[in-house]
Design a binder for this molecule. Sequence first.
Ligand code: HGY
Ligand code: MN
Ligand code: MN
Length: 416
Amino acid sequence: MSAPGENLRINGDRLWDSLMEMAKIGPGVAGGNNRQTLTDEDAEGRTLFQKWCDAAGLTMGVDTMGNMFARREGTDPDALPVYVGSHLDTQPTGGKYDGVLGVLAGLELIRSLNDLDIKTRHPIVVTNWTNEEGTRYAPAMLASGVFAGAHKEDWAKAREDADGKSFGAELERIGWKGDEPVGARKMHAFFELHIEQGPILEAEGKDIGVVTHGQGLSWTQVTITGKDSHTGSTPMPMRKNAGLGMARVLEKVEEIALSHAPNAVGAAGHIDIYPNSRNVIPGRAVFTVDFRSPDLDTINGMVAQMKSAATTICEDMGLGLEFENVGGFDPVTFDEGCVTAVRNAAERLGYSHRNLISGAGHDACWINRVTPTAMVMCPCVDGLSHNEAEDISKEWATAGADVLMHAVVETAGIEG
Ligand code: HGY
Ligand code: MN
Ligand code: MN
């Protein structure tokens, strides 16, 4: 495969302007974004992305899960396309760059190829995967998971949000249900640029993360039931306090994760308590335990330990207990050839780099099941993400997009 010209660089100012333009859609309350999947804000962001793709001469396809595919023709129309992209949906208190950088850097490399009138043999397709975050609709990476055959489409479309609105109904409502059968597209390779969402690259002064692996994750939804009763008049020994039961289980989650340090993490980010009234003993607690590790046995071991501890706690307290698996995927080893293309690109461009295991899950983790896949990462300030204060520099974004372009173009093959 021919390597692209040394002078091939993206337009960092134009990329940054596009990031700032997209960040205006679904603003948060502290400088970040709240552009949750299948909301009107998500629809607005999709429309802006579609407008930019039209202006770049791309042909847009949308599948029945709302995944967007913007195609730039190659010189060989029969060659399978090289895909590049990430997600435009955000956390409720999300940053401006998580996911968005990967989609808009994919668009920027197309814009730069257009500027330089560079053709590639394989077509290139820029992708926006629906519902990567998994906040409104669990699990995370839902639509890329359906695309990769990890989830059934009907099951995914039946997922409901906290207000009982289904994924399928909301996708129709915002007008982004496409007609392409999900998963029908075949790929030559897939590359995703993403902020690290951790502290390593910044701490080591590295420009680029060459992502060799991704942690696996398990999401177990735990429901503890006790008895609503008066916080004043109910004697302590008579209480069935589901909130207290949850607190004891969450202490155990922390202990279990720390017992598998340094390659394991655990917490509960989603917690609902009922009836959540100041003077009522909580009768029900529903929370999702998020365990992660690069090692599958460690993940499964932590889940088993948590279930055993929760069972003992609830038996001792006379509380009801239910478990439901609401998401997960195995640890990922990315494709050697694609990882090498990323590493070669960083070397060629003179960017400092190091191998990295992704702590967060990404659409690339599922797409790696159906095509050779790799990720490029750039640093983020203090490693902070899933927080409105998430921040990166234009230089980091530009370096990541330059490496993404070289890896994609090298894989797609420059023509003429
Ligand atoms: O949960 C994750 O790792 C991703 O940010 N959705
Ligand atoms: Mn993301
Ligand atoms: Mn995220």
